[in-house]
Structures are given as structure tokens and as C-alpha cells.
Write a protein that binds this ligand. Structure first.
Ligand code: TYM
Length: 339
């Protein structure tokens, strides 16, 4: 149950590191757009401060930030109905992030699956920012007292950590100030997998471009990537239960379901027992139909960078109107003196 004390408010973010993928689209952006038609206030952020937890070329970072913003806009985020901005323009994120660094425990961070995966055997050489990143993410969310955070499956643990940080803060200072935010992970394609290995997540940073669909891929690239996507030798099953133990088949069916806005069961009912020679081209056609207009619009928007900057600047002003009073109260609660 959402605490009645808090305005129903959605916050979510995407890092501008590498281009956007089909995973970002199905797991995040497409769902962000749908929230605009609900009673929630919607706040969406290009989280550039998160991107620099690993090296980013300064010559490309600003454009990568604009490109993610263009992706939001092209997919249907309306900068009037939603607050759309980039994190670096609202310094309150970093300020609350520091306070949360002093609330979160090392042990909590050490348990984060993504930290373990990303740091691998070389944790000593990673930036301190990469380790602390979930506490900045908690600040992103709680700076707006956001009640709901739509994310893909891979971010669930970080939103749960956000709840832990909120709870510890409230407990330590004896006040009911930060809400218990809900992660929202609903729909078929909440963990889109790598097209060459169905046991790995599709990500921006994989070795081969063939393993992911980029939002900017053209129709030929999309068709080629799905045609070459790894599958097993069996045709599609008749029921979803038949996808168990078949990660590649499950992934392609879920991608279809996500793109078509139907359930995996409905996809299988449409293609009962189909072979890959039938299903893969149908999937490629659907993906092109859904993604081509978005990528064309992204390209158009990127032709007018000044307009994107204007939208992000205006969004940052609106974001700060909500964030500044919450940060001010947090400083007061903690006992930090400000004039
Ligand atoms: P990031 O930038 O890696 O991904 C952005 C969003 O896309 C989703 N996503 C996927 N969903 C399904 N399948 C995939 N293969 C896939 N790949 C990515 C992610 O789950 C996410 O929802 N830490 C976050 C960014 C962040 C944030 C926040 C999110 C910073 N502050 C506050 C929500 C609220 C991240 O690195 O996401």
C-alpha cells in the first residue's frame, strides 16, 4: 500500500552511457510513456552523474545525454505532462546522495548483484562512485518523494535498497519523512536478453553489436539481428509452460509480446507450433514497425540540439521546484546549518 501522505509520483531514469537498446525501450521508456495517462505525476531523468561512474569521453557525454532525452521525447514523453531533465542540472541529487552515503552501510552496497557483476575480480580498480551508485539512485528517487519506480528487472534490487535507506533514515532521525517506494516491474519483457546468449541480459556495453537491438538500428540491421539470433532447434510451443528451459525462445516470444502489447500466451496462440523461419521475420517486421518511427524522430530531434537543451533546462527548473524544499527539510532534519 502506498502511504496516503505522499502524492502518487513516478520517478525513473536512464544512463547516457552507450546508445539506447530494445531492453531500455521495453523495460523502461515504453512504460514511462504509459504512466502519463494515469493520475501519477511523472518525473524522468537522464542520469548523467551515474554514467561517469565509469569513464565517459567528455567530448561525447553531452550528446549522449541529449540522445537519451531525444529517445524519451521520440517515444512519446511530453515535456509538458512529464518533468524531463538531466541530473547534472539539479545539484540537489548529489547533495542528497552524499547524505545517503552516510546512511547506507558498506555491507548493503557489497551485496548489490550489479556491483559484483561489474566489478568482477577487479573491484580494487573500480571507482568509488560505482560502488556508491545505488545510494545516489536512492537520492534520485527520494528527492522527489517518489512512490513508484518503473524499472526493468535488473534494477529491482536497487529500488529495494532505496527502501532500506529510506527506512534507516526515518528510523535514525525518528521521523516519517521518506516514503517506502515501490519498484514496478510489470509486463512480459522486463528482462530482455542478449540475442546471442539467452542467459545474459541485453546491454549497451556487450561485446558484439549483433547481441542487441539499438534504438537507432535501421530496418536491415533489425532484420539481420533477429535472423541471426540464437535459438534452439524446436518450433514454438503451444503454451507458455513449454518455454521453460528454453531461454532464447522465451526471450524472442517475450520481445514480441512487449512490442505488440500482448501476453506471451497470446503470442503463442497466434503462432502455434511455428518454426523460426516464420516467427523471426514476423518479429523483425513488428520491431521495425514499432522502432522505426521512434528512431526517425530521434534523428530529427538530434538535428536541433538547442531545442533539446531548452527542454532539459526547463525540466530542470520544474524538478528543482519539487526537490529543493525536500532537500531543505532533509538538511533541517539532519541538523545541517544553512543560512
Ligand atoms: P540503465 O540506464 O542501465 O537502464 C535504464 C532502464 O532500462 C532498463 N533496462 C532493461 N529492461 C529490460 N531488459 C533489459 N535488457 C534492460 N536493460 C536496461 C533498466 O532496468 C532501467 O529501468 N541505475 C539505473 C538508472 C537510474 C535510475 C534511477 C532508475 C539511476 N537513478 C532512479 C530508476 C530510478 C540504470 O543504470 O539503468
Amino acid at each position: 500500500m502506498t502511504d496516503q501522505k505522499f502524492t502518487p509520483r513516478v520517478f525513473s531514469g536512464i544512463k547516457p552511457s552507450g546508445g539506447l537498446t530494445l531492453g531500455n525501450y521495453l523495460g523502461a521508456i515504453k512504460r514511462f510513456v504509459a504512466y502519463q495517462d494515469t493520475d501519477f505525476e511523472t518525473i524522468y531523468c537522464v542520469v548523467d552523474l551515474h554514467a561517469i561512474t565509469v569513464w565517459q569521453d567528455p567530448a561525447h557525454l553531452a550528446d549522449a545525454t541529449r540522445e537519451v532525452a531525444a529517445g524519451f521525447l521520440a517515444a512519446g514523453i511530453d515535456p509538458e505532462r512529464s518533468v524531463l531533465f538531466n541530473q547534472a542540472q539539479v545539484s540537489e541529487h548529489a547533495e542528497l546522495g552524499w547524505i545517503f552515503n552516510c546512511v547506507a552501510r558498506m555491507g548493503w552496497m557489497n551485496r548489490m548483484t550489479q556491483w559484483k557483476e561489474k566489478s568482477g575480480k577487479n573491484a580494487e580498480a573500480q571507482s568509488l562512485g560505482l560502488f556508491a551508485y545505488p545510494s545516489l539512485m536512492a537520492a534520485d528517487i527520494l528527492l522527489y518523494h517518489a512512490t513508484h519506480v518503473p524499472v526493468g528487472e535488473d534494477q529491482k534490487q536497487h529500488v529495494e535498497l532505496t527502501r532500506d535507506i529510506a527506512q534507516k533514515f526515518n528510523h535514525d532521525f525518528g521521523i516519517d519523512f521518506f516514503p517506502e517506494t515501490q519498484p514496478v516491474i510489470e509486463g512480459p519483457a522486463m528482462r530482455v536478453m542478449n540475442l546471442r546468449d539467452g542467459t545474459k541480459k541485453m546491454s549497451k556495453s556487450g561485446e558484439s553489436d549483433m547481441e542487441r537491438i539499438n534504438m537507432t538500428d535501421d530496418a536491415d540491421a533489425i532484420a539481420r539481428k533477429f535472423r541471426k539470433a540464437r535459438t534452439d532447434a524446436e518450433p514454438l510451443p503451444e503454451t507458455a509452460a513449454g518455454l521453460t528451459g528454453r531461454p532464447e525462445a522465451k526471450n524472442l516470444v517475450e520481445i514480441y509480446a512487449g512490442l505488440a502489447d500482448i501476453t506471451p500466451e497470446a503470442v503463442l496462440a497466434q503462432y502455434p507450433g511455428a518454426g523460426w523461419g516464420v516467427f523471426k521475420p514476423a518479429l523483425a517486421d513488428l520491431a521495425v514497425e514499432r522502432l522505426a518511427p521512434v528512431s526517425a524522430e530521434m534523428a530529427r530531434l538530434m538535428g536541433d540540439r538547442a531545442e533539446i537543451d531548452r527542454i532539459l533546462g526547463r525540466g530542470a527548473e520544474r524538478a528543482r521546484e519539487i526537490a529543493a524544499p525536500i532537500l531543505k527539510q532533509t538538511y533541517d532534519i539532519v541538523g545541517l546549518l544553512r543560512g
